[in-house]
Ligand binder design. Structure first.
Ligand SMILES: Cc1cc2nc3c(=O)[nH]c(=O)nc-3n(C[C@H](O)[C@H](O)[C@H](O)COP(=O)(O)OP(=O)(O)OC[C@H]3O[C@@H](n4cnc5c(N)ncnc54)[C@H](O)[C@@H]3O)c2cc1C
Length: 434
C-alpha cells in the first residue's frame, strides 16, 4: 500500500471480498492502467456451504465478466429433458404439479457458493487482495478518499467502492445515519431453514414416503399459505440445496426478539412443526435435515442514492433483498460488470471519475430497486398472499409462467451503452450479444 502508483490512471479501493467484490476486482485487474486494492474483513475469502442459483441475466453477467469458463466447470443444470426448467411449482400439501417457469437456454443454473468463490478468486492477480482489513471509517475531500481499517492501517485512493454486503460500513458514509430516513436493514418477517442433503439420500427418502424420486433432481418449489420450500441440485448433482420459508404476516412491521441473532442452529422438530400436514415430498426433504440453520431474512429499503462524490455502494450494500427471485448475487454481478466496464475505459480519468460513478448510479438505480421490490412481492405470490392472486391457482399459474421474464431478459451491456451516452463518451456497440 506504500508503493507509488501515482502514474496509474486511477487508484480504486474496494471494501468487501464476497462474490460481487471479487468478480469486480478480477474484471478491473485486466486493465493495467488501474491501481486496485480489495480489502476483506475476514482473514481469507470464504463463503457458506450452501447453493446459489443464477437466472439467465446473472449467467450473462458472469460470461461478460470473463468468468464463464470457471463457472461452467462447476455449475449444475437441470437434467434432460428439464434443461429449460427454472423451477417446477407444486402444491405443498399434496405435491400436485401446478406449472413450471421456463428459462430457455439456461434453466436452473446453480453452484455451491464456496466453489464459485474459490473459482473466481483464481482470476485475481497477486497483491490485489488484503485480508483482516475491516473498514471502520471513510473520509473524503477534494483530493481523494481514505478508508481506515480496524488494524490501524488505511488506504487512500481516487475512489472507494463499497461491496461490503448488507451490514455495510461504507453505506453509513454515503447515507449518514441522522441525515437520511432509516437506511438500515430490516427483518422481512420471513425465516428460512437451510440444509444440504446428499442426492442419493433424498431420492431414497422420497421413495420410502411414496413421492416421485425425480423430484429430488429437478428444481422444485412447494407452495402453501405463509410457507414454501425450494430444492435444487448443486456440486455436480451430488447434493440437494434446500431452503424452507415461513413468513409472519400478522403485522406490517414484524420485529425480531431483542438480541436474536440473524442466524441460529435450530432443532429439526421446530422445522417439522412448521410444515405439519404437508405432502410426502416435503416430509421426505425435511426428514433429511437433522440440524437446520434458521436465517432471519433481512432486506434494505430502496435507498435514495448509491453515490456520494468519490464513494459508491453496490451489491448487497446498496440493494440487499430477500432471495425469492434468486436474484441478489445476480444484481451484484451485473453491478460488477457495468461498473468495471466504465472504470476500465481509457475515457475515465481522475477528472471525470465522480461523474462516471453518477452515471453508473443513474443507469442501475431503477432496476436494482425494482428487483428488490419484486423479490419481496414474489414471496407473497409463492405463499398465497399476493393481492388479486391469493390462493387462486389459475391466477398463480399464469403469474409464475411469465413473472421473471423482465428480470432475466436484461442485458447489462445496455446499461454500459446508456451510461456512456450520459457521459458523452464515444458510443460503443457490442457486436455479439452475450
Ligand atoms: C437464504 C439466502 C439465499 C440466497 N440465494 C440466492 C440465490 O439463489 N441467488 C442469488 O443471486 N442470490 C441469492 N442470495 C443473495 C446473495 O447471497 C447476495 O445477494 C450476494 O451474496 C451479495 O453479494 P455481495 O458481494 O454484494 O455481498 P456479500 O456476499 O455479503 O459479501 C460482502 C463481503 O464484505 C465483507 N465485509 C463486510 N463488512 C466489511 C467491512 N466493514 N470491511 C471489509 N470487508 C467487509 C464480508 O466479509 C464479505 O466477504 C441469497 C441470500 C440468502 C440470505
Amino acid at each position: 500500500m506504500v508503493e507509488d502508483n501515482s502514474y496509474k490512471r486511477l487508484s480504486i479501493g474496494i471494501v468487501g471480498g464476497g462474490i460481487g467484490g471479487v468478480a469486480f476486482a478480477a474484471a478491473l485487474s485486466r486493465s493495467s492502467s488501474l491501481d486496485i486494492h480489495l480489502f476483506e474483513a475476514a482473514p481469507q475469502f470464504s463463503e457458506i456451504g450452501a447453493g446459489v442459483s443464477f437466472g439467465p441475466n446473472a449467467v450473462r453477467a458472469i460470461e461478460l465478466l470473463n468468468l464463464g469458463g470457471s463457472y461452467r466447470r462447476i455449475a449444475d443444470a437441470s437434467p434432460a429433458p428439464f434443461e429449460n426448467v427454472w423451477f417446477e411449482w407444486r402444491r405443498g400439501s399434496d405435491d400436485a404439479y401446478l406449472t413450471a417457469s421456463l428459462a430457455p437456454g439456461c434453466g436452473q443454473s446453480s453452484v455451491h457458493r464456496a466453489d464459485f468463490l474459490d473459482a473466481i478468486v483464481t482470476h485475481l492477480p497477486k497483491g490485489v487482495a488484503h485480508f483482516s482489513k475491516r473498514c471502520i471509517d471513510v473520509q473524503q475531500d477534494g483530493g481523494g478518499v481514505t478508508a481506515s481499517f480496524d488494524d490501524g492501517t488505511s488506504f487512500t485512493g481516487d475512489i472507494l467502492i463499497g461491496f461490503d454486503g448488507i451490514k455495510s460500513t461504507v453505506r453509513d458514509h454515503v447515507l449518514p445515519p441522522g441525515q437520511h430516513s432509516d437506511c438500515s436493514p430490516f427483518w422481512s418477517g420471513t425465516y428460512a431453514y437451510r440444509g444440504m442433503i446428499p442426492t442419493t439420500q433424498l431420492e431414497a427418502a422420497m421413495e420410502t414416503r411414496g413421492a416421485d424420486k425425480r423430484l429430488a433432481m429437478v428444481p422444485q418449489m412447494y407452495l402453501g399459505t405463509d410457507r414454501h420450500i425450494l430444492t435444487f441440485p448443486v456440486k455436480q448433482t451430488e447434493l440437494i440445496n434446500v431452503v424452507a420459508f415461513i413468513t409472519d404476516r400478522t403485522t406490517p412491521d414484524p420485529k425480531l426478539a431483542v438480541g436474536e441473532a440473524w442466524v441460529n442452529v435450530v432443532s429439526q422438530d421446530e422445522m417439522l412443526k412448521v410444515f405439519e400436514g404437508w405432502g410426502a415430498a416435503s416430509q421426505a426433504i425435511l426428514s433429511c435435515i437433522p440440524e437446520p440453520t434458521r436465517w432471519a431474512l433481512h432486506e434494505l429499503p430502496e435507498l435514495p442514492r448509491y453515490q456520494r462524490d468519490r464513494v459508491l455502494i453496490v451489491g448487497d450494500a446498496a440493494h440487499a433483498m430477500v432471495p425469492h427471485q434468486g436474484a441478489g448475487a445476480g444484481q451484484a454481478l451485473e453491478d460488477a460488470y457495468v461498473l468495471a466496464s466504465l472504470l476500465s475505459d481509457e475515457a475515465c480519468n481522475r477528472e471525470n471519475v465522480q461523474k462516471t460513478l453518477a452515471a453508473f448510479e443513474a443507469v442501475r438505480h431503477e432496476r436494482t430497486c425494482k428487483v428488490q421490490r419484486t423479490s419481496h412481492e414474489a414471496g407473497d405470490v409463492y405463499e398465497y398472499s399476493a393481492p388479486n392472486i391469493g390462493d387462486n391457482e389459475a391466477r398463480l399459474v399464469a403469474e409464475l409462467e411469465t413473472r421473471f421474464d423482465w428480470l432475466w431478459n436484461h442485458n447489462p451491456q445496455d446499461d454500459v451503452v446508456e451510461a456512456r451516452v450520459q457521459l458523452g463518451w464515444e458510443p460503443i456497440s457490442f457486436t455479439a450479444s452475450a
